[in-house]
Design a protein around this ligand. Structure first.
Ligand code: DQA
Length: 155
């Protein structure tokens, strides 16, 4: 299925007003509409969700995995703490690209470790809203390659 989930975790609903020196002045709605435009142009069904609750994000990753959809995941602070999200990724087999707006490695030590990086397909960070756009383009490319491989195996 040509589907992508754009998932944003805690406090990302505050983008635009939240620490603009770190996260910029663009809102989450700006990011979601930029990805929606790309999805429409690429013929991808896009589901965009933001939640401040870990369990919601776990459920959404599982849902994406069941559907064979790709996932652009900015787990916010859960990145650094959530074994549950990591298990949702491995357990559902979801194809996930982890993104961050800020360069977490140039920030506090507690942001340097990601629970999910070892189990995602790739990580894009520090590029502002562009992190999401690059993740989208990468997912589309990977999903295309994956489809070709599956088809050639059947033939
Ligand atoms: C973030 C980085 C996290 O450390 C932080 O908790 C966030 C946002 C980012 O996009 O830069 O909420 O994921």
């Amino acid at each position: 299925m040509n589907a992508i989930y754009l998932l944003n975790g805690p406090n990302l609903n505050l983008l635009g007003g939240r620490e603009p020196g770190i996260y910029g002045s663009g809102s989450l709605a700006d990011i979601e509409s930029s990805i929606a435009r790309r999805a429409q142009a690429a013929g991808i069904i896009l589901t965009s969700k933001q939640s401040n609750h870990e369990g919601d994000l776990v459920g959404l990753v599982q849902e994406a995995g069941r559907q064979g959809a790709g996932v652009i995941l900015n787990a916010g602070a859960y990145t650094h703490t959530s074994i549950a999200l990591r298990d949702a990724i491995t357990g559902s087999g979801a194809l996930v690209i982890e993104v961050h707006i800020s360069n977490v490695h140039a920030r506090e030590n507690f942001r340097h470790h990601s629970m999910i990086s070892p189990v995602v397909r790739g990580v894009i960070l520090g590029l502002g809203a562009m992190s999401y756009e690059l993740a989208f383009d990468a997912l589309v490319q990977i999903m295309k390659e994956h489809k070709h491989k599956t088809v050639s195996r059947i033939v």
